[in-house]
Design a protein around this ligand. Sequence first.
Ligand SMILES: Cc1cc2nc3c(=O)[nH]c(=O)nc-3n(C[C@H](O)[C@H](O)[C@H](O)COP(=O)(O)O)c2cc1C
Length: 368
Amino acid sequence: MRIGSLQLKSNLFLSPLAGYTNLPFRLVVREVGGVGLCTTDLVNARSLLEKNKKAIKLIETRAEDSPMAVQLFGSVPEEMRDAAMYLESIGVASVDINMGCPVRKVCKVGGGSAMMTELDKTSALVSGMVNAVKIPITAKMRLGWDDDNLTAPDLARALEDVGVAAIFIHGRTRQQGFGGTVNLAGIRKVVEGVKHIPVIGNGDIITPQAAKMMLDETGCAGVSIGRGAFYNPWIFQHTLDFVATGALPPEPPFSERVRVLCRHLDLMIEIFGEDLGCKMFRKVAPWYSKRFGPVHQFNKKVVQVSTRVQFMEVLDNYTKWRQQFLDERGELLPRFQPPPMVASFMRDEPASTTREHIPVPKGPVEVW
Ligand SMILES: Cc1cc2nc3c(=O)[nH]c(=O)nc-3n(C[C@H](O)[C@H](O)[C@H](O)COP(=O)(O)O)c2cc1C
């Protein structure tokens, strides 16, 4: 598939997950295979221009980490433009604009969902970026503020008119936060709202079946996967196989999950140093372990590791402890197998909507 001038190997994307989609994880996902484009965590445009150390670390990359998009946020048109120009000058493949992150810090400075409330201002900002660079500028948004204000189709169309090369749409409103069901009909409206550019659907894709259902039911050109890639970095390759053949590849065995887990840790240590890399890995390892079966023993210990040796000891002890849940072939006994994962939009019963309500910022919300 193509995004502007950028030819991609697949129509599957790694969504930005602040704190997670760093260089080590992007490399892991690419090594496992199937992903077309990976995006960084969101980066503050001004911090990037000021060469803030943390911002520079967020865009750290290497040849194997290609093609890579950097996601920018900010509300000052000149800063967004100059940051895009800087990213182009260092070889970044495309720039994504964050328009739908409900984190308060982002909304306060006028980026994130607040941007959707001011269509003209937003179009001008985006137009300034598009005209300043040759690489594609894309935009990521939610469906709107709430169910009564599904503004994404209009915003997507307006952004297409000023030259955005693709739209990433998380099929939830801002009011939903991360709860409730992803709205496939809402994504479809965005697909129908634009003239030519690809729309990439996003939200709760945790299995290849969910990816296929989103593609089929919304008509989107591709899908972007965030948390699903953490539970399962194999999801991209498995989705390609499933869409091509209709057959679901077998779940990776424990040994393969452990191999990739260790590779991820080694990359974290290589890129962030042993102490910081191990500390950061404390929140990564439990994502992998969700599919290990009984895992309490592992999760309790892994959040204390500070060195690779300690990590290997925890893993070794856990692997021995886990034996009691295995049959003679080394497979988890059926009663200990984790339940199959089912996306919110594929469940028979509606997903819980009891998750905490995320307050919307005050301001011009009502008029948009
Ligand atoms: C921990 C976390 C961090 C996120 N950080 C970002 C971000 O930096 N930029 C962004 O546009 N979206 C961010 N998101 C939203 C995801 O990119 C994605 O739209 C959302 O999680 C739904 O997709 P998923 O169900 O595949 O994860 C984040 C989500 C989570 C859970």
